[in-house]
Ligand binder design. Structure first.
Ligand code: MIC
Ligand code: SF4
Length: 642
């Protein structure tokens, strides 16, 4: 059979299983990355494994999320991460060096290698032809300790790109078009592989914009071929030796096929409050805007910001708009400073922020009450911006720039009156790597600093044979990890302290949940489809588990979150018949009998008894043998004996 690229790379990395759709496989992990918001937990877990040096070819620890050192806690997390990196053979990317995915693409990602990251946007490196997957921190800890990464063999979707983008239309519109067609759960259990004549018209950073936001489709990952364009990019990054040509076989087989004609696309925008509520910009043109924010791992590359500077040059941001811009990396910041583009941006009245996630994770620039914010980011779930009462739109940097100038959403083709598509590609990138600290030569000399806010990770005992508890909350479809445990400065300072951060579980959507959960001491969550979409943060599984949640009964789950629930000993069960969801209510008392026994078999059918009315609800436990063993012993930490 003619193989697609994803299958070739999976084959090359395969440790166990076979590549049959939906069966469990495991792959060798060549590289890992982490960021500070999820990294502290991951490194605490890695330390607990007792391994004295990472076993990967390369592991990098980035500081990019919790940059606001409003008190001692973030600074303490940073020192902890720096010391752990030095001691265990991990490269440390200092605060200010940029967003993990942007920096990894520039400096470390290698075509054909596998990369596992503690962040859902790890597939950004798929733009360079890496097999890059996001997961919970515990899975990354195990990978650093030399273990493989387990997941279900996804369906491989071939997306053929034909034609070329027109003026005012960008790579962001390609992925927004995918979201328009497939929705935020259209990619669950799938890898998207792009191919076709249109691919060579896109630069590596443009490809990465597309692979980055494949996460919003719920995809396992996204991958592009590694071709001439990739080679030139790597050469300009001073890494030409890392290039290998990689492509699917001619006429390769895919499980599903899609085609996008790049020349037929128009500027698109996601409306509040979900990345898949996509419409043409022209449809919401005229909407008055209070804030514009450019940046994030989706759209803060050198060429993105050059395009913005080009539009802003000689113009001024509308008086009613507060505009910010966060360059994706130190490299980008240095380059736009050196060539004067930054001066044009500053002169236009833009507030230039440091190279970090910033407003994307609710770290500053929280929009005002009732405000409209237009962002070049990837997520607009409720509360994601750091506040609830606002309307966040997601679109390309060029739409952001013209919108900031006009004070209302506007189509760049109309505002600028047409022109040629401008994609700045430098002769050479600045590649000093001065903000990347290599591991210590003498690890034994490194003493790890641990601030008082860094607390041990709570563990659970083995699962009880009979589970019983109240329905503590009933949720709708597409509940994101931002709903479960909000982003923003308050919670980000608590990422290393599970008891403290647990106080914020569901705080935006149901402030009473916490007291209910504490009073009950145990219980069930009922949810709709795609429960746990979005971020990879383990806290969204670990904190409910800490509060006594034993079971999440949902219509369906997002991939990373389902794994995280299992890793922390929470049963992810689905309704066999969706309609039973309607019959359950808050406060119902539920029972599952003999669960430990069922876990020891391969039985997928589980009966949940609603003792409030005696109803028996048929449910499914769709987990692998390995995951059954993990659930039995109360989580992955117990399973690996740490
Ligand atoms: C995000 O984009 O939601 C984050 C913040 O980067 C997260 C990680 C986190 O919650 O710490 C992610 O995408 O995994
Ligand atoms: Fe950072 Fe936002 Fe990217 Fe998450 S999505 S890694 S918060 S820039």
């Amino acid at each position: 059979m003619k193989l697609n690229l994803a299958t070739k790379l999976l084959n090359e990395h395969l440790v166990s299983g076979n590549l049959e759709e939906n069966s469990e496989i495991s792959i060798k992990v060549d590289q890992t990355l982490s960021q500070d918001a999820t990294g502290t937990l991951s490194y605490l877990q890695f330390e607990a494994t007792g391994v004295d040096r990472v076993k990967t070819d390369l592991s990098v620890s980035y500081i990019d999320h919790n940059m606001l050192q409003a008190d001692f806690r973030n600074a303490d997390d940073h020192s902890y991460l720096q010391d752990v990196a030095a001691k265990y053979g991990i490269y440390f990317s200092r605060p200010g060096n940029g967003i993990c995915h942007q920096v990894h693409l520039e400096r470390f990602a290698v075509p054909g290698t596998s990369l596992l990251g503690t962040d859902s946007h790890t597939p950004t490196s798929g733009g360079i032809g890496a097999l890059a997957i996001g997961s919970g921190g515990l899975d990354v800890a195990i990978a650093m300790a030399g273990g493989p990464y387990f997941f279900r063999m996804p369906r491989i979707v071939g997306v053929e790109l034909i034609g070329a983008l027109n003026f005012g239309v960008t790579a962001k519109d390609v992925i927004l078009e995918m979201l328009r067609r497939l929705t935020v759960r259209g990619g669950v259990g799938k890898i998207f592989e792009y191919y076709g004549s249109g691919v060579k018209t896109l630069t590596v950073p443009e490809r990465s914009t597309i692979s980055n936001m494949g996460a919003e489709l719920g995809a396992t990952t996204t991958i592009f071929p590694s071709d001439k364009v990739t080679e030139i990019y790597l050469r300009k990054q001073g890494r030409g030796d890392k290039y290998t040509r990689l492509a699917a076989d001619k006429n390769a087989h895919y499980d599903e096929y899609l085609t996008i004609d790049l020349s037929a696309l128009e500027p698109l925008i996601s409306c509040p409050d979900s990345p898949d509520l996509v419409v043409p910009v022209s449809e919401v043109a005229g909407t008055k805007v209070d804030q514009v924010a450019i940046g994030s791992c989706t759209n803060s590359s050198y060429s993105d910001l050059m395009e913005v500077a080009n539009v802003l040059k000689g113009r001024v941001v509308h008086p009613n708009v507060a505009m910010s811009l966060s360059p994706g990396s130190k490299q980008v910041m240095q380059m736009i400073s050196a060539n004067g583009a930054l001066a044009d941006i500053v002169a236009a009245g833009v507030r230039v922020l440091e190279s970090a996630c910033g407003p994307c994770a609710g770290i500053g620039q929280v929009p005002g009450h009732g405000a409209v914010s237009v962002r070049s980011f990837n997520r607009n779930f409720p509360g994601r911006s750091g506040g609830l009462h606002n309307s966040v739109y997601l679109t390309s940097p060029i739409v952001c720039a013209v919108t900031a100038l006009k004070g209302e959403i506007v189509d760049p083709r109309e505002f600028l009156g047409g022109g040629n598509r401008y994609v700045a590609t430098p002769e050479k990138y600045i590649t000093d790597d001065l903000a990347i600290i290599p591991p210590a030569d003498d690890p034994s000399s490194v003493v790890i600093r641990r601030g008082p806010n860094i607390k041990p990770i709570p563990k659970k005992g083995s699962i009880e044979n009979d589970l019983s508890g109240d329905v503590l909350i009933k949720l709708k479809d597409n509940i994101s990890t931002d709903h479960i445990l909000p982003a923003g400065t308050v919670t980000l300072a608590l990422r290393s302290n599970i008891p403290a951060i647990s106080e914020y579980v569901f705080s935006y959507i149901d402030p009473e949940f916490l007291s209910r959960a504490k009073k009950a001491g145990k219980g069930f969550i009922i949810a709709g489809h795609n429960y746990g979409q979005g971020s990879s943060r383990e806290h969204a599984a670990l904190c409910p588990s800490y509060l006594g949640i034993q079971v999440v009964l949902a219509k369906s789950f997002a991939r990373i979150h389902k794994d995280n629930l299992i890793n922390y000993g929470v049963m992810p069960i689905t309704f066999t018949d969706e309609f039973n969801y309607d019959e359950l209510g808050m406060g119902n008392k539920l029972n599952i009998n003999n669960i430990a026994q069922s876990l020891k078999t391969d039985k997928t059918e589980i009966n949940v008894i609603n003792t409030t009315n005696g109803q028996k609800i048929k449910c499914d436990l769709d987990v692998t043998r390995r995951q059954r063993e993990i659930l039995l012993v109360g989580g992955l930490l117990n399973h690996v004996g740490v």
